[in-house]
Design a protein around this ligand. Structure first.
Ligand SMILES: CC(C)(COP(=O)(O)OP(=O)(O)OC[C@H]1O[C@@H](n2cnc3c(N)ncnc32)[C@H](O)[C@@H]1OP(=O)(O)O)[C@@H](O)C(=O)NCCC(=O)NCCS
Length: 192
């Protein structure tokens, strides 16, 4: 793990060119993804292990999401995941997002993801997160060893995804997430 303050959300740039995995294409998320973000933010299923209440006010949520895109800070490190072939889905809409961003303390790079429930259980999270883990470190100038993740305790599917991607369990802890203190499993890339 790096020293505190090594990575800065303000200073770090993101790769803007789309990149691909076997079945998926990934690109920076943008305002056009707002309807899918609304679907996720209003889904109790998606939020089961996220300390957020499902959104119920469509217009207020849209206004907030668009304001966040305008300010760019919140979604700067989010990659939209879409099927490479329309045959998989008949659309080019975002089916998931993956983030790779500096942790608040700047000591490591956080990996995270949300998927629409209709694509769960198909290996999408593992494939998309693996693509980000392979693609981003050289372009964003950090070593894979600095990748970490937190999973709310009980989210076995997400922990399994991270372990399949290559991270290792490091123990239980507590973090501040969405202004709440939550119990989490910690995972990190194996140190050499
Ligand atoms: C968690 C989430 C990302 C998983 O996505 P996914 O595409 O279904 O994941 P994958 O198909 O790539 O892999 C899931 C793995 O977990 C396993 N799994 C699923 N449910 C499980 C459970 N309850 N207990 C143990 N393992 C489980 C699957 O069997 C699979 O492992 P395998 O390939 O070895 O069989 C998805 O459900 C999601 O977006 N949830 C809502 C948001 C969220 O919780 N994000 C993570 C925050 S840390």
């Amino acid at each position: 793990m790096a020293k505190a303050g090594t990575y800065s959300r303000q200073k770090m740039a993101i790769p803007i060119e789309p990149f691909e995995s076997e079945r998926l294409c990934l690109r920076p998320m943008n305002e056009g993804d707002e309807p899918v973000l609304w679907e996720m933010l209003s889904s109790p299923e998606v939020l089961e292990y996220i300390p957020l209440e499902p959104a119920t006010d469509r217009q207020a949520t849209k206004t907030q999401i668009l304001a966040d895109f305008a300010a760019w800070e919140r979604f700067k490190f989010f990659f939209a995941v879409i099927w490479k072939s329309p045959a998989e889905d008949q659309s080019k809409d975002m089916i998931a997002w993956v983030l790779m961003r500096p942790m608040e303390d700047g000591k490591s790079m956080e990996l995270g993801y949300w998927l629409l429930p209709e694509v769960w259980g198909m290996g999408v999270a593992t494939e998309a997160a693996s693509a980000v883990v392979a693609h981003c470190p050289p372009l964003m100038d950090f070593p894979q060893q600095d990748i970490t993740a937190h999973v709310l305790i009980g989210n076995h599917a997400s922990r399994r995804v991270l372990e399949k991607v290559g991270l290792e369990y490091t123990g239980e802890g507590q973090i501040e997430l969405e202004n709440k203190t939550v119990d989490v499993w910690g995972l990190a890339w194996p140190q050499e």
